[in-house]
Write a protein that binds this ligand. Structure first.
Ligand SMILES: *Cc1c(COP(=O)(O)O)cnc(C)c1O
Length: 360
């Protein structure tokens, strides 16, 4: 068996030890005589592991008791609609920061429910930074304020989060949840599709403050109402059972490895290896302003399309795969989520140095 270094933006690399543990339990979980995939979601055995996963996530992220954790389906993309459907109910005014593709998609959905105010955008510089936020432009009576904490495609991230006062702050953390500690109490809702930093696709984590549940009346579709899933304890209908099991194994591993402070330190160390090289290289350049560089997604270019293509091809042959940039930006992107070992980044940089030398 030969595992490659997988720099995919998502679905992405998972910790090898988690995959091995899952493999060892694939056919029979514990003494249940069956696979987790075959279990009733209402069985005691399954409910134990499902709610333990939620408890472990609460521990890891230090989620206060006045927040509910939901494991839903529909991906992060369904949250683009569920957030305004459930929250844009008083003034129907919503503030958004436009930092790229994922915020634009959310903005388009928000507009279906009321008045969207884009408080800041970095579109004029191809989203190579997080725009400066001017609180004077925030809508005082907005139903919520929305941002994307880490921009998977452009490789930028919010280092600090704005103070939005009594306006609930909503964050799409799909591509950097669990990569660093965040103060959950600053947020109204945090959501994340699992397939970047949590586990397999199919599960969406929603962390919601209790006072934001049930603001909308019950005439909205039942499955799209947060209240339904809070009351059903994420089991109103069948949850993505196997994805939740794997996510639980990932949470357990992160706890064993020292939690999110340790993870942040590791991620900083990892990203620094790559950024330091990009800053000294004469062939490759990072595309993002230093201050806003993501620790998870690192886009870079050579300025020459043929060179990019040749690099991606040779890298793939050498076991560094999925380095092609998003189709909307071109170039290269190395996604180095929690589960990418430091060794993988160090070896990639060694490979890049060799490539640069050969193409000088
Ligand atoms: C991947 C991604 C999404 C989309 O997630 P789906 O689960 O495919 O809907 C949304 N937001 C961000 C920041 C992402 O990285």
């Amino acid at each position: 068996m030969a595992r490659v270094y997988n720099f995919s933006a998502g679905p992405a690399v998972l910790p090898e030890e988690v995959l091995k543990k899952a493999a060892s339990e694939l056919v029979e979980y514990g003494t249940s005589g069956m696979s987790v995939m075959e279990m009733s979601h209402r069985s005691a055995e399954y409910m134990d592991l499902f709610y333990k996963a939620q408890d472990d996530l609460r521990k890891l992220m230090n989620i206060p008791n006045n927040y509910k954790i939901l494991f839903l389906q529909g991906g992060a993309s369904l949250q683009f609609s569920m957030v305004p459907l459930n929250l844009a109910v008083k003034t129907k005014k919503m503030d958004y920061v436009n930092t790229g593709v994922w915020s634009k998609k959310a903005i388009a959905e928000g507009k279906k429910f009321g008045t969207v105010n884009v408080v800041a955008t970095s579109e004029d510089t191809t989203f190579n930074k997080i725009p400066k936020l001017d609180p004077a432009r925030f809508t005082k009576d907005a139903d919520y304020f929305y941002l994307v904490s880490n921009n998977t495609i452009y490789g930028t991230r919010f280092v600090d989060f704005p103070d939005t006062g009594s306006v609930p702050l909503i964050a799409d953390m799909s591509s950097d949840i669990l990569s660093r500690p965040v103060d959950v109490s600053k947020f109204g809702i945090i959501f994340a599709g699992a397939q970047k930093n949590i586990g397999p696709a199919g599960i969406t984590v929603v962390i919601i403050r209790e006072d934001l549940i049930g603001l909308v009346d019950d005439s909205i579709p039942t499955m799209l109402n947060y209240k339904t899933h809070v009351e059903g304890e994420s089991m109103f209908n069948t949850p993505p059972t196997y994805s939740a099991y794997i996510a639980g194994l990932v949470f357990q591993k992160l706890i064993n490895d020292g939690g999110l402070n340790a993870m942040q330190e590791y991620n900083q160390k990892k990203a620094k290896i790559l950024y330091d090289y990009l800053d000294e290289s004469k062939l490759f350049q990072a595309t993002v302003e230093q201050e806003y560089r993501s620790l998870m997604n690192v886009p870079f270019v050579t300025g020459d399309e043929d060179m990019n293509a040749r690099f991606i091809k040779e890298a793939t042959t050498s076991g560094f795969v999925n380095l092609k940039g998003h189709r909307s930006v071109g170039g290269m992107r190395a996604s180095i989520y929690n589960a990418m070992p430091l060794e993988g980044v160090a070896k990639l940089v060694e490979f890049m140095k060799g490539f640069e030398k050969n193409n000088a």
